[in-house]
Design a protein around this ligand. Structure first.
Ligand code: HEC
Length: 106
């Protein structure tokens, strides 16, 4: 089944409901790289203290993450109209996988 889902994704069909945790993390990594990495750094390795270090974000505060990303915060732009809700979910899963949060999907 995993291969079927992966093939469907590779073919560009929408298979969001059938997405495995690994696929969600990969989708999050791609979205993060497109939208976030220019400020927050490749693999969350931030290069300037002007930008929040996402490796220090509290893993138990997803509501704050979603709110800050959707609405923006000070110098951080609002992403609500640009990044889709399922992409924010995927970015959360990706950040959790990089940070090794116990609750993150493996
Ligand atoms: C133009 C640069 C820039 C981009 C692009 C950017 N950010 Fe930020 N981000 C910032 C800055 C600056 C802050 C620090 C805001 C502050 O607290 O003053 C920040 C803070 C954050 C925070 C912490 C907010 C909090 O609650 O303290 C999160 C989470 C975050 N960014 C996620 C993201 C995600 C996810 C993306 C991609 C969708 C993204 N950022 C893209 C500049 C950016």
């Amino acid at each position: 089944m995993r291969f079927v889902a992966a093939a469907a994704l590779a073919a560009g069909t929408t298979a969001a409901a059938a997405q495995t945790p690994a696929e969600q993390i990969e989708a999050g990594r791609r979205a993060y790289t497109s939208f976030c990495a220019r400020c927050h750094g490749i693999n969350l390795v931030v290069t300037s203290s002007a930008y929040f270090d996402l490796r220090t974000f509290p893993g138990d505060d997803k509501p704050r993450f979603v709110r800050s990303v959707v609405e923006g915060k000070r110098a951080m732009p609002a992403w609500g109209g640009i990044v889709k809700p399922e992409q924010i979910e995927a970015i959360w899963a990706y950040v959790g996988s990089v940070n090794g949060w116990p609750a993150a999907p493996q």
